[in-house]
Design a protein around this ligand. Structure first.
Ligand code: MN
Length: 380
């Protein structure tokens, strides 16, 4: 077997494996024993919006894929997860350690979603079935703990029509709170008109779609590996998910579905930082080639009107202050990225952000309640 750096790392180090999505061994230890001194005062109610779980079915699927010759970047990433028992235990747990960590760190609610790459590596039948069973399980857990959990439903873009049906079932009968998709599916992106039934269903159900990162398709991921392993959470995820968002914008998806809401983690996968340049160059390119212009507004206008971003994995006040300035307080939500990132640090970062209290109320919980149809606790 060809032994490249990534295979070496995934086989030899559980610490680096967890790092594929941003966690470290230290993170896992700190979470369980978060010291009182590190816990932020509970100034604002915290609804965390990108919090991962796994189902036993999903883990079993990757256990079958792991020993094969398939070296898709997500299979490689999952080999690491499978050898990292503390991480795997945390993904599989919903009602035990997770709740106690939430209690310890002052996190009121997790908006749960099936961890990457969700059901999107399976064939259409298996993916559709696994999405339905994961959604059933999620709905049960949310029903048992309505004050602590909300849930984003999975669907399998491999079969857009059945995905649309599952979206209707998950938002209707199961009363889940929104949708999760782990970016590309077999290298295809949702701007392809064949996926429009998914947007039709999302819009009709008033369901926001969280586009969560996954590893790039193999050919593109190869470019990012090299000596530094720039694939994964250090850079590859934000490149891949940012590209997905840009494709939706420039292809005209939001002129077709003006009420569609897309959520991006990681402070917007770098889009907010590039707004000026994107608009400027969009204008330059489409002036040269007017046939490329497919949208009514400037790209930045869609970022502001159709996207919300979350703070997952970016516990950094300068970035938050910048995003607050350019996108506004209505477009930002708190997220931890449990169990890949540390709850105590994220809670402390959010509670101590130097922004006006009325905006903090929105970003810590108000926007999440509005976008994900979460009933706020009764005023006491
Ligand atoms: Mn995540």
């Amino acid at each position: 077997m060809k032994m490249d750096r990534r295979h070496f790392l995934s086989g030899s180090s559980v610490l680096v494996s967890a790092g594929a999505l941003g966690a470290t061994a230290g993170t896992l230890a700190d979470l369980a024993g978060a010291r009182a001194a590190e816990i932020a005062p509970h100034k604002y109610r915290l609804v965390a919006t990108e919090e991962a779980f796994a189902t036993p079915d999903q883990v079993q699927t990757f256990r079958h894929m792991a020993p094969t010759e398939w070296n898709d970047p997500d299979v490689v990433m999952w080999r690491g997860f499978l050898s990292n028992k503390p991480l795997l235990d945390r993904l599989l747990d919903l009602e035990h350690e997770r709740l106690s960590i939430m209690d310890q760190t002052g996190v009121d609610m997790h908006v749960l979603s099936l961890t990457a790459p969700g059901v999107q590596m399976l064939d259409a039948d298996a993916g559709t079935a696994m999405a339905a069973s994961a959604n059933d399980m999620l709905a049960e857990v949310v029903k048992r703990h309505p004050a602590r959990f909300a849930g984003l439903a999975s669907f399998a873009p491999q079969d857009p029509n059945r995905a649309a049906k599952e979206i209707e079932r998950a938002m209707g009968k199961l009363k889940l709170n929104g949708l999760i998709v782990n970016s590309h599916t077999n290298g295809e992106y949702l701007d392809d008109p064949k996926f429009y039934p998914i947007f039709e269903a999302a819009v009709s159900q008033n369901a926001a779609i969280y586009i969560h990162p996954r590893n790039l398709p193999q050919h593109a991921d190869d470019i990012l590996q090299g000596a530094l392993n720039l694939d994964g959470a250090i850079w590859g995820f934000q490149v891949e998910t940012g590209v997905h968002a840009m494709r939706l914008i420039v292809s005209g998806v939001f002129d077709r579905y003006p009420s569609l809401k897309i959520v991006l983690g990681h402070m917007g996968e770098a889009l907010p930082y590039w707004l000026y340049r994107i608009d400027y160059m969009y204008n330059v390119y489409t002036s040269r080639r007017p046939e490329l212009r497919k949208i009514k507004g400037k790209p930045s206008e869609y970022v502001k009107s159709n996207f919300l971003i979350t703070t997952s994995g970016v516990n950094f006040h300068p970035t938050l202050k910048y995003c607050h300035e350019v996108l506004g307080a209505d477009n930002i939500m708190f997220a931890i990225d449990y169990p890949y990132q540390e709850s105590a640090e994220a809670a402390h970062f959010m509670q101590s952000a130097p922004l006006p209290p009325e905006d903090m109320e929105k970003m810590t919980h108000g926007n999440a309640e509005r976008i994900f149809h979460i009933t706020p606790p009764a005023a006491s």
